[in-house]
Structures are given as C-alpha cells and as structure tokens.
Design a protein. Structure first.
Ligand code: 5GP
Length: 346
C-alpha cells in the first residue's frame, strides 16, 4: 500500500474540529489580512513536535483570536470541507463550538449561520462529500451555555434541513467536571440529537462511568483512558463493549499531546482486537500537521493492517455515522463501486 492507496481510499471523517482543522494555507491568508503578530507556522505543531495539553489548548485560544469574525469562520469552514473532499472523504461530520466575539459583532447565532452557509455553498458546488455538523459544548462553559447550544442545534437542525445532527463535548479534559452537563445532554437526546462525547482523554474513571451510565453516548471521542492499564476500569470497558459505543480514534493527536506515549501503545490495538467499532479520525489536522490519509497510513503501518483490513476499517465507519439508513446505504454502494479498482491496484 503506497500513499496513493490511502489517498484514494474512500473515507469517513467523524471527529474533526473546524478551527483545529485549519490548513497553513488558509491560516496564512487570514493572517495576511490582519494586523496581528501571529506567524501561521507558530499556530500548529510541526512534524515530530509534542506539547502538553496546556500548550495545545493555548494554541486553540490563539487560533480563535485569528478566526474572530464571520468572514474568517466562513473561509475556514469552506476550505476545510474542500480539503477533506480532495482526500476522498465522502462523508464528514464537522464539529465546532458556537462562539461570540463582541469586538467584531460575531454572535453564537451568526457563528452557526455562517458555518451552515459555508456548508450549503459547498453542497451547491456538488462536491462528492456529504457534510454534517455537531455543535460543541466546551468543558469550560456553564450548564446554561450548554443548554443554549442544544437549543441552537434544535433550531438550526430544522432550518438547515438536517445538516446539524448532534452535540459534542470537548475542551480541555483537565478542566471542570462534565457531569454538570448531563441535563443538557438529556435535553439533546429528548430532541433526537446524537451525542459524541470526548471521554477519558485523561484518567477520569468516575466522570466517565457516570456519563456513560446516565447518557449512553452514541460515540466516544478518544476514549484514551477507558482500559484499566490506562487509568480506566474493567466496568468501563465492559459498558463500552456491551453497548458497542463506537470510538473516534485520533492517533497523531494523542501522540502529539502526549496522552499516549507512542503509536505502538495506542489504544486502537486494544479495541480493534476486541472487534469493537473503531473509526480513524484526524481531530485537528491543522494543529497536528496531519491528514486523514496519513492517519490511515500510520494505523496500517503501526498495526500491520492489510489492504483488505484498511478498506474494511473505512467501510465499517459508515455504520457509526449520525445519518439515516438511506445515507448509509448510499455510502456503502459508493465504497463497493470504488473497492475493486482500489484493491486490485494495490
Ligand atoms: P472549534 O470548536 O473552535 O471549531 O475547534 C477548536 C476547539 O475544539 C478547541 O477550543 C477545543 O474546545 C476543541 N478541541 C479540539 N481538539 C481537541 C482535543 O483533542 N480534545 C478536546 N477535549 N477538545 C478539543
């Protein structure tokens, strides 16, 4: 399998934060038009660099300083969709935290409307990619803000004709306790929104088991420390396994932010060997200088996956998307059409 195989492989991306996915090219264009001292190269980790979670989240604050107005939000969203489409991602669920910026007049409402406008404009161009959106709750926020985000998601799901499909929980895992958001997540579920929660990025067994039991999320982001040898518990593993809650796994992200010591130690292996639903994702392709193509290639190299296994990994991701059976069937047909060509050539 060469680089071409991984690029041509049809892919699903289910864990991509919009502002963390910004490319150097987009960032350079945005910075060029501003009176800011930020150097685009300093707003990401270069290949081989690592950083603490504190450093990673400082970067996000700096990126937000640049993407502080609707025009920039539009450009990032529009460019990110095109970049994933170029990598043969056929279905993507982007996620983003509605943000207000009083200095530019941007509100959480105009933020969401801008992201949806960019998604809609891409759809009008007939790119070969289906784009859905999750609105994110940041762990730093209050329950009231989380409730407002759920209301926004409900309102704009209707207005966007179903582009918004769910709610994400993210933000610095070392900040706060996610239990406080349980009423907001229940409200989201009441309205039929799906939940993808960042859980156990760092050891937090009590928070993890409480959220799992109270909410039963539809997918887990990272799940780095679910297993006992990583600071989780047997009960947590049993719960996730018995409910077959899919895991969004972002290999390079975890290595760079040092929540996993090396690719060989990544929990992908633990869950993949259990035949648990595992989805390869990028997290923040811009910040972590990676791509979905590279992440598949790294997974194959590290865990000695054959081309058939790689294809199956990508194909099985379709089962975990937050869209209806018709969309899943459409994607499965697309994968089957592309399969023969891809595997015979490899
Ligand atoms: P945005 O929501 O602004 O589009 O994307 C950036 C935000 O996504 C960050 O401020 C942070 O809240 C969240 N995020 C990005 N990467 C990670 C990650 O690896 N872990 C967690 N917990 N949150 C992340």
């Amino acid at each position: 399998m060469d680089a071409d195989f991984f690029r041509k492989l049809p892919k699903v991306e289910l864990h991509a934060h919009i502002n963390g996915s910004i490319s150097v090219s987009t960032m350079s264009q945005l910075v060029a038009g501003m009176s800011t001292s930020y150097n685009p190269d300093s707003l990401k980790f270069k290949k081989g660099e690592t950083g603490t979670l504190k450093e990673v989240f400082k970067l996000f604050r700096q990126i937000h300083d640049v993407i502080n107005n609707e025009k920039a939000v539009y450009k990032v969203t529009y460019d990110v969709i095109h970049e994933f489409a170029e990598e043969n991602v056929k279905y993507i669920e982007l996620r983003t935290t509605p943000r207000e910026e009083p200095s530019t007049g941007m509100t959480t409402i105009s933020y969401v409307e801008t992201v949806l406008r960019a998604i809609d404009d891409c759809a009008k161009e007939n790119l070969d990619i289906i784009v859905k959106l999750l609105l994110a709750v940041d762990r730093r926020q209050s329950l009231q803000v989380a409730m407002d985000t759920v209301q926004l998601a409900v309102k704009y799901r209707e207005k966007s004709n179903g582009v918004i499909v769910g709610i994400d929980l993210s933000g610095d895992p070392k900040v706060g306790n996610a239990d406080i958001f349980i009423p907001a997540f229940k409200e989201a579920q009441k309205h039929g929104l799906k939940l993808a929660l960042h859980l156990a990025e760092v050891p937090a067994p009590e928070e993890t088991i409480t959220l799992l039991r109270e909410i039963i999320p539809d997918r887990i982001g990272h799940g780095t420390c679910l297993q006992p040898d990583a600071g989780g518990t047997k009960d947590i593993v049993e719960f996730v396994e018995s409910h077959r809650i899919p895991l969004e796994l972002c290999l390079s992200s975890n290595i760079i932010n040092m929540t996993v010591p090396g690719y060989d130690n990544h929990h992908f292996k633990f869950w993949y060997d259990l035949e648990h639903p595992c989805i390869i994702c990028t997290d923040d392709k811009g910040v972590f200088s990676t791509s979905i193509t590279e992440e598949y290639s790294i997974a194959a190299d590290t865990f000695q996956l054959s081309s058939d296994q790689v294809w199956q990994l990508s194909y099985n991701s379709i089962d975990s998307i937050f869209s209806d059976e018709t969309t899943k069937q459409l994607l499965r047909e697309k994968w089957k059409t592309l399969k023969e060509n891809l595997l015979l050539k490899s």
